[in-house]
Design a binder for this molecule. Structure first.
Ligand code: LMR
Length: 399
């Protein structure tokens, strides 16, 4: 049965962790996978998460029974309100719902499975995008296309190409959008550009599907990072939003996420929810409880919520600071080229512009791990390793 199975290539992002761990060089640097690290290069368990965990462990009323198929309702309701805003028309008119998922990837997959079954259409993802988008939508059975996103000449948004593709796509296509901190480019449309994108999506009767992995993590401001989704809702769109708590609450391995649905009217929500539950039951049965309990506690308690937003700002600001330091170092070294995109881009990643050959030298000679497309996770840099990193970049750019 297995003789004809070829070996699959390793995952372009997660395999970097394996290579990094196997490397015995003491000054190795991991700027591959998008996971927050503190000033000492260590994962950071947010103090507010520790608090919530202790409370959960001590709560004698909690057990290990199954959650409902659509997850913990206090978690999914709070998640929907977090992204849509408490005063969103969708919330006030009760035309929203949420399904708890295996983090953001699971939310994208559930949304893709749902669309494949109930609203099949070509799906357009940005070029470039998070590599897993290609596989998720293809495996869900959808026909995957791309829209231009990155303009290498200006190291910014390819707005015209993006709008032209939206306008030229078959009526009713699905458009996957990153509402903030675009992965991998760190380039987001401005509010005015979002207006043009929304207009083009409306004109084509397309369906917007937001993948939001970085709310609050990008700017340190939860509302600002949700602005694009909220704008589409105010404009009357029906949509899906995949939410992840991997980065903004640091629950990577707990696989805690939500697929939020916005419909035109409240009566449509139970039908959509029921069909999503059928898909969920057939893939994971029901979602895991621990991470959802932590998030539910934080989102539904004023004091814990306030603590979380402070800790979120610490992460966002450290990353923003690393951008400034890296830019200053490359300027000081006189590294050829322009580097202001490092401070202009936002979120976890900088799309450096380094090519695959340069990335290989960084890995083989300098023990610096980043994806082949030149993306670096800013969280992997800290005041101890950033000069070494800048000098290595300087070397590969000059040679
Ligand atoms: C990344 O892009 O590095 C993260 O979203 C982690 C992942 O799952 O790929």
């Amino acid at each position: 049965a297995f003789q004809s199975v070829p070996l699959a290539p390793p995952d372009a992002i997660l395999n970097l962790n394996t290579l990094y761990k196997a490397d015995t060089y003491p000054k190795k640097i991991n700027v591959g996978v998008g996971a927050y690290r503190d000033e000492d290069g260590k994962p950071w368990v947010l103090p507010v998460v520790k608090k919530a965990e202790c409370a959960i462990v001590e709560d004698a009323s909690l057990d290990h029974e199954y959650l409902p198929i659509d997850g913990l309702r206090t978690f999914t309701d709070a998640s929907a309100k977090l992204i849509l805003g408490k005063n969103s028309p969708a919330v006030l008119e009760n035309r929203f719902g949420g399904i708890q998922t295996i983090s953001g990837s699971g939310a994208v997959r559930l949304g893709a499975d749902f669309l494949n079954r109930w609203r099949k259409a070509p799906v357009y993802i940005s070029n470039p995008t998070w590599g897993n988008h290609h596989d998720i939508f293809r495996d869900a059975g959808l026909d995957v296309h791309t829209y231009p996103y990155w303009n290498p000449e200006v190291r910014g948004l390819a707005l015209k190409g993006m709008l032209d593709t939206i306008k030229g796509a078959p009526k009713g296509s699905i458009f996957v959008l990153h509402p903030c901190a675009h992965n991998p480019t760190g380039v987001d449309p401005t509010p005015d550009e979002w207006k043009l994108i929304a207009e083009a999506i409306r004109a084509g009767a397309h369906f917007p599907f937001f993948d939001c992995a970085y709310q609050g993590f990008a700017s340190g401001d939860l509302d600002k990072d949700a602005a694009a989704v909220r704008y589409f809702v105010e404009e009357g769109f029906e949509l899906l939003v995949a939410q992840s708590y991997s980065k903004n609450i640091g629950l990577y391995g707990e696989r805690t996420g939500c697929l939020t649905i916005v419909t035109k009217s409240a009566d449509l929500v139970p039908n959509v929810r029921s069909q999503m539950c059928k898909l969920q039951r057939a893939s994971i049965s029901n979602p895991p409880a621990f991470g959802a309990r932590i998030v539910s506690m934080i989102l539904n308690d004023e004091q814990l919520f306030a603590e979380w937003t402070q800790q979120l700002k610490i992460m966002a600001n450290r990353i923003i600071h690393m951008r400034t330091v890296l830019f200053a170092l490359l300027t000081e070294l006189g590294t050829p080229g322009t580097w202001n995109h490092i401070v202009d881009q936002i979120g976890m990643f900088t799309f450096t512009g380094l090519n695959a050959a340069q990335v290989k030298v960084l890995r083989d000679t300098y023990h610096i791990y980043l994806t082949d497309n030149g993306r670096i996770s800013m969280a992997g840099l800290n005041t101890h390793n950033i000069r070494t990193f800048a000098e290595a970049v300087d070397f590969v750019v000059r040679n």
